[in-house]
Structure formats: structure tokens, C-alpha cells
Design a protein around this ligand. Structure first.
Ligand SMILES: Nc1ncnc2c1ncn2[C@@H]1O[C@H](COP(=O)(O)OP(=O)(O)OP(=O)(O)O)[C@@H](O)[C@H]1O
Length: 636
């Protein structure tokens, strides 16, 4: 390809670019962080590839980033001597977005600039952030190891397309030149650029160089001015942040480092920085974000922890360093023991990595425990008090995956769980709080699963529990049913669904109630037999219950059976769910039920009773039209 080619951006890129230029004005300067971070990644990649092929360094073994500007041309250039791009890579990487979930993300944009800016922050705009300040970007690059004649120039005005052409470029690496918009000319200043670099990029372990400025006195009574010299100086600290002693790092620096590695716009909720010694030595810097990324639910999603070995970057997304349920954690691990040529496969098997993963898991859990403790600590600030609830709102459901995934930490995880309940509208009740409020004689922690909090609160199955003042936890996350398979008890007390098996309130039910129920069951036998016959295709059994107070009937499943809610979710997800029929339980003291035996519409009433119980429980009658017809016939 020697001629110039004009190519179109992938639709999502064009859409993103439009948003970048229209929504990110309030935080313009982040473009420099993004471009320097890309330059630094490119150097990391070169260093990594050069482990096997030293010739890639060519004659420039010192990796660095140079930031320069040209006042007359109104351009700002960020150049690195890292891995560089081939022509094809330039087309692919600067014209498309490879992230999974991109389309879904775009679908969530609302058109409201503020909300969208927030979302874009979570998504990460990377290279495209250059268009916040530039109306044209020109990238020149040559990949390490390819001849100078195979360089590439990529140019775009940030609208629908970009141009690429072949160039000759002796220097390895990439230079990104921004043609600044008129409202962004203030970046043509050494002072301004230096201050942004020290704010965002001090922690980058590569030197960032700028041309030195000198004061030149004016001649002929003209005022003096700063002029650029030919000499370059390093303007960042150029030591990896995590390798510095904790006492030398300010909270602002920790926060900026987080933003640089996560591309998040928001401050993290917490972090923990440690040098771990023992059988394996490593430095750990882990962050808990304040907001879930757009693709949190993708369990295949890139893990957020970067792996370094003795300060050399090895890989992003080192999933072996944390269990999947902690995939929201961001940070850096720098190992002193792993070999530099460690591969993903090797990581999975390494004993050192296993020790690091366990150490990381323990650290994250203790950070979360600290956040939870701060909720009620007298000396905690209002902000700190609110952090755990914020965390839980964003990541609580993911944390629950850990109950099934991480047996060893199940007890610690169980203590971190929070629920809404019949006693609390907010998701704030811990299992320990629940236990502390249990009634004398209560033998189980009761819960109900439902799709929403409102549906849970209105479950007919709860009626007897409300009447007796027994608290019931609401489980409304999709993952709850699954997670509860792994959490059968808490601190010695079993967890019991109010919609499974027969209600047995044990000592909480008095003798007269029990007797009345037995009598009702006896006298109702003939009606039950008729109901069973009428509903034999729908219900596994029909029986009299004491769990209902105001409702005529409800559906339950057998002890140990899959709840109706979970089997619906599985079916929706296209998975197989057992076709077990539920049990219909009827309230013998309800007028509708009492009227059944003598009603000329027995058959219709029986079906209405069943379908209504199904509706109340969040399900859908098998034949909604037949249901409506039956109800209308009775209303007429
Ligand atoms: N200076 C550079 N040298 C070499 N390749 C680069 C450079 N800048 C960008 N790229 C390539 O372009 C791709 C896209 O960059 P971009 O910043 O948009 O996304 P990213 O860095 O992959 O993701 P994110 O910014 O969210 O981490 C990069 O993955 C990289 O392959």
C-alpha cells in the first residue's frame, strides 16, 4: 500500500468520537494521560517482546516518551520509541474498538451529555480522547523489527473516516501529533504540560522528556521570554509508583495512578499497597473502584490487574492473580520471583501465582471488611461511612459469586452480604444483624426469592411471617438462588426459603393453631381431592397451609427443589430447567376457598386460584387468554 487510502471508522468508533468531542469538555486534559499511557504501554510491549528477541531494540535501547509542541503550527506531539504499529495494526487498532460489549455499551448512551460523559469514563476512550482538543490527528509509526520503508501515516479529522499511507520512518515507535483546536491552544505551554504530566503521569516508570526552556532577556527594550532549547530533560519522577515507599506517596498520587491504569474518571473507594514477603515476594497495589464497569457481568471480561516482574511489564489482564468474583478489582502486582518469560499457561500452574492470588483475595476481603466497619465507626467521616453501601450497590451481586467459587473464604464473604428485608427497605441487613433480631424459639434465617423487592415484599408466602413478626430477607439478585446453594447456614443457623417445603415454624406455632390446621386439613380432604383432580396437569399436589393469612392460595416447591423463579430464569436464558410441578397450598379460612365446594364453577375457580398464585409469585399463566376468559366469566 503506497498510495493513500481512505477508510471508514467502524460505526461504534464514529459514534464514540462524536461523544468524545461533545461530552468530555469538562475534563479536557485527560487526553495527555491517555496518550502518554498508550506510549508507555507500547514501550512495555517492546520490552516484553525483546526478552526473546533483543534485536528489536535496534540502536535505541533506552525507552522513553517525548512530548513537544510547535507554537506556530499549533501542534502537540507525543512520541515514543516503543513497539510501533504496522500498517494493518494502525488500520485495525485506530479504526475499530476491539472491546467486547462495545455495542451494548453504545446502546446504553442516553444523549444526556452529563450521564454519557460518566459512562464514557467507565468505558475508556484511550487514543480517541485526542479529539477532545484536536480537530486533526496525525499518527506516524514504524513497528520494531520491520524495515524503515514500511512505516505508516494515519490521519483523521475525527469525523467518519481516516487516511492511511506508507511512509519511510527510520525511527522505531509512534508519534501522535495533535492539531489543536483554537479553544485548546493553552496546551502549547511547557509549564502547563509539565503540570499535567506531573499530575497524571509521574508514576510512569519511563522517562517523559520535554525540551528544556531557557529565559532569554529581551533586546532593544523588548520584554524577555522563555525559549525552547535543543536540550531534553526528564519531567516526571520516572519511578513506578508502587515501588516507592508508601510514606512518599500522597492520596492524590494513588488516585491518579488508579485513574491511569483503570481509565476510570471517578476516584476509587479504597486501595491497599503492600510489600509482601515470605515464600514468594511481591508488591501489591490493589484498588476497589467506586463504580461498576459497563461489562461487569461478562465473566470473561478482562481482569483488572497488571502483572510486572521486577518492574518489567509482563501482561495486562492477568486473570490468574484474582478469583473471577473479584474481577472488579484494579491494580498492579510486581513479583520478585516469577520468570520474566512467564506465559498465561504457566501462570495458571505456578505455585507462586497461587500464593499471590490467595494473598490478593485476603487483602481485598479485608479492605471490604474495613469499609463495612467504617459504616458504624464513630470516628469515620460521612464519606467513609457511605462507602460500603456504595460498593455493595455496584458490586454486591458479583461478590456473591464467591460463595460458590471460593469455599475457603465463604464465612468471610457471608459476613459481607447485605439484604433488604421485611424490616428494612434498604439493602443493609447483614446476616449477623438478622440473627441478633431473631425471636426466641426461631430456628432458621428466613428468606424469599423474587425478581424485585416489591414482588418479594408482597409474596403471599410471607403472610404468616409478618403476622408473627418474623423478619424475612429479600433475595432479589439473579445470582442469589445459585449462591444460596452454597450458603446453607450462617454461624450455625440454617437458611430457609419461605417458599419451599411445608412451613414449620416449630416452637413459634402454638398448639391451638396447629390443631386448627390439622382439623381444617381433615375437613377439607374431599375438596382437596377435587382440586387435585382438576389441576392434575399443573400442580404436583394440593394441600392446606397455615402460611397464608390474607391470600387464598400460593405455590411452593418441595424442599430442596428448584424455585419457580430460578427455573424461569434458566428457561429465559435458554437453559434446561427441570419441569417439576409446584404444590398449590390453599388457605382454608379464606372465603374464596370456603366457597369452592358448593360453587357451580368449581373447575374454573380451581384454575383461577392456581393462575393467580402463579401471578402473585411473578410467573405467567400457561394460557393467559384462558385465565382472562375465566375471570371475566365470573365477573359478568
Ligand atoms: N503509542 C502507541 N504505540 C503503539 N500502539 C498504540 C499506541 N497508541 C495506541 N496504540 C494501539 O491502538 C490501540 C487502541 O488504543 P486505545 O487507547 O484506543 O485503546 P487501548 O489502549 O487498547 O484501551 P484503553 O485505552 O481502554 O486501555 C491500542 O490497544 C494499541 O494497540
Amino acid at each position: 500500500m503506497s498510495q493513500k487510502q481512505t477508510l471508514s471508522f467502524q460505526a461504534e468508533v464514529a459514534q464514540l468520537l462524536h461523544l468524545v468531542t461533545h461530552s468530555l469538555y469538562s475534563n479536557k486534559e485527560i487526553f495527555l494521560r491517555e496518550l502518554i499511557s498508550n506510549a508507555s504501554d507500547a514501550c512495555d510491549k517492546l520490552r516484553f517482546e525483546a526478552l526473546d528477541n533483543g534485536a528489536l531494540y535496534e540502536d535505541a535501547p533506552n525507552l522513553e516518551v517525548r512530548v513537544s509542541f510547535d507554537k506556530d503550527a499549533k501542534t502537540l506531539t507525543i512520541a515514543d520509541n516503543g513497539i510501533g504499529l504496522t500498517q494493518q495494526e494502525a488500520i485495525d487498532n485506530l479504526g475499530t474498538i476491539a472491546k467486547s460489549g462495545t455495542r451494548e455499551f453504545m446502546g446504553r448512551l442516553s444523549g444526556d451529555q452529563k450521564a454519557d460523559a460518566q459512562l464514557i469514563g467507565q468505558f475508556g476512550v484511550g487514543f480517541y480522547s485526542g479529539f477532545i482538543v484536536a480537530d486533526k490527528i496525525s499518527v506516524e509509526s514504524r513497528r520494531a523489527g520491520v524495515p524503515p520503508e514500511e512505516g505508516v501515516r494515519w490521519v483523521s479529522g475525527g469525523a467518519g473516516d481516516f487516511e492511511v499511507e506508507t511512509i519511510t520512518r527510520p525511527e522505531r515507535g509512534t508519534s501522535v501529533t495533535l492539531h489543536l483546536r483554537d479553544d485548546s491552544l493553552d496546551y502549547l505551554s511547557t509549564w502547563k504540560l509539565k503540570s499535567i504530566i506531573s499530575k497524571y503521569s509521574d508514576h510512569i516508570s519511563l522517562p517523559i522528556l520535554m525540551r528544556k526552556e531557557e529565559w532569554k532577556d529581551g533586546e532593544d527594550d523588548k520584554p524577555g521570554d522563555h525559549v525552547l532549547t535543543e536540550e531534553w530533560e526528564t519531567v516526571n519522577k520516572a519511578t513506578a509508583l508502587w515501588s516507592r515507599p508508601k510514606k512518599d506517596i500522597t492520596p492524590e498520587q494513588y488516585t491518579e495512578f488508579y485513574k491511569a491504569i483503570s481509565h476510570d474518571f471517578e476516584d476509587p473507594l479504597a486501595w491497599s499497597h503492600n510489600r509482601v514477603e515470605g515464600s514468594t515476594e511481591y508488591t501489591q497495589l490493589l484498588y476497589i473502584p467506586a463504580r461498576a464497569p459497563f461489562d461487569l457481568w461478562n465473566r470473561e471480561k478482562a481482569a483488572g490487574v497488571k502483572l510486572y516482574v521486577k518492574r518489567v511489564f509482563i501482561m495486562d489482564e492477568a486473570e490468574a492473580l484474582l478469583p473471577t468474583y473479584l474481577r472488579f478489582v484494579k491494580g498492579v502486582i510486581d513479583s520478585a520471583d516469577l520468570p520474566l518469560n512467564v506465559s498465561r499457561e504457566l501462570l495458571q500452574e505456578s505455585r507462586d501465582v497461587k500464593a499471590i492470588r490467595e494473598g490478593n483475595t485476603r487483602r481485598v476481603l479485608s479492605m471490604l471488611e474495613d469499609l463495612a466497619k467504617a459504616q458504624t465507626a464513630e470516628d469515620a467521616s460521612e464519606e467513609d461511612k457511605g462507602k460500603f453501601a456504595k460498593f455493595y450497590g455496584e458490586f454486591g451481586a458479583v461478590l456473591k459469586e464467591g460463595l460458590g467459587e471460593d469455599m475457603g473464604n465463604r464465612d468471610r464473604l457471608a459476613k459481607l452480604l447485605r439484604f433488604a428485608s421485611t424490616a428494612s427497605d434498604t439493602v443493609s441487613v447483614s446476616l449477623a444483624d438478622y440473627k441478633a433480631r431473631m425471636k426466641e424459639g426461631q430456628e432458621a434465617i428466613y428468606y424469599v426469592t423474587a425478581e424485585t423487592q416489591a414482588a418479594a415484599a408482597n409474596s403471599p408466602q410471607l403472610e404468616i411471617f409478618r403476622k408473627k413478626g418474623l423478619e424475612v430477607l429479600f433475595m432479589t439478585d439473579r445470582v442469589d438462588e445459585w449462591a444460596l446453594n452454597y450458603l446453607t447456614d450462617f454461624d450455625g443457623t440454617p437458611l430457609q426459603s419461605v417458599a419451599k417445603g411445608q412451613v414449620d415454624l416449630g416452637q413459634l406455632q402454638d398448639e391451638t393453631e396447629k390443631k386448627a390446621a390439622e382439623e381444617a386439613a381433615e375437613s377439607f380432604k374431599p375438596v382437596l381431592a377435587r382440586l387435585k383432580e382438576a389441576l392434575k396437569d399443573k400442580a404436583q399436589d394440593v394441600r392446606v397451609t397455615t402460611r397464608l393469612v390474607d391470600s387464598p392460595a400460593c405455590l411452593v416447591v418441595s424442599e430442596g427443589g428448584m424455585s419457580l423463579q430460578l427455573s424461569r430464569l434458566l428457561k429465559q436464558a435458554g437453559q434446561k430447567a427441570p419441569d417439576a410441578k409446584p404444590v398449590l397450598e390453599v388457605n382454608a379460612s379464606h372465603p374464596l376457598v370456603q366457597k369452592l365446594d358448593t360453587s357451580p364453577n368449581f373447575h374454573d375457580l380451581a384454575h383461577i386460584l392456581f393462575d393467580q398464585a402463579l401471578l402473585a409469585e411473578g410467573g405467567m399463566p400457561e394460557d393467559p387468554a384462558a385465565y382472562v376468559k375465566r375471570v371475566n366469566a365470573l365477573l359478568a
